[in-house]
Design a binder for this molecule. Structure first.
Ligand code: HEC
Length: 137
């Protein structure tokens, strides 16, 4: 019986570990992670208002310079620090209490899926690596 319990605890630990380890944990940060995994989320949900000629709130997500510059109210991505990145708070639809300037994003339409939110958050945590010149949307 005890052995079973130990086994159970071990597989649980493995499961938790497996969930927490994102792709960025296993390989060095690469800009193609952005292009293949993060950019499609922005393209689908954000570029309408923050891509191309559209800079709502002064924010463009279409270029690395735009992402790092942030919007009218300052920086939105602090590489390595998702907890203090208003972009992450905005897509989690959290933070308005803590910080009233954080509006839920996308400002119209549905909240991103938990999986997409986790991808963006993990990407910021891993340093928000993206190519200087983002391929055209
Ligand atoms: C329908 C248009 C629209 C869409 C889609 C949209 N936004 Fe916004 N976004 C806005 C507007 C408008 C503002 C300015 C809000 C304000 O300051 O009152 C803004 C502001 C922001 C800000 C704060 C910028 C600043 O400094 O004030 C962030 C961060 C942001 N958006 C992220 C996102 C992300 C990430 C997505 C996609 C998941 C997204 N937005 C999708 C319209 C949109």
């Amino acid at each position: 019986m005890r052995r079973l319990a130990v086994l159970g605890a071990m597989s649980l630990a493995l499961l938790v570990w497996g969930c927490e380890a994102g792709p960025e944990d296993n390989q060095p940060p690469r800009t193609d992670y952005y292009s293949t995994t993060v950019q499609p989320i922005f393209r689908k949900n954000c570029y309408r208002c923050h891509g191309g000629m559209n800079h709502r709130g002064g924010l463009s997500l279409a270029t690395r310079a735009g992402v790092l510059k942030g919007g009218d109210k300052g920086r939105v991505v602090i590489p390595g620090d998702p907890a203090n990145s208003t972009l992450v708070e905005s897509i989690r639809h959290e933070g308005q209490d803590k910080n009233p300037k954080v509006k839920p994003m996308p400002s119209k339409g549905r909240k991103l899926s938990d999986a997409d939110i986790a991808i963006v958050e993990g990407w910021v945590k891993a340093g928000a690596i993206m190519p200087e010149h983002v391929p055209k949307p």
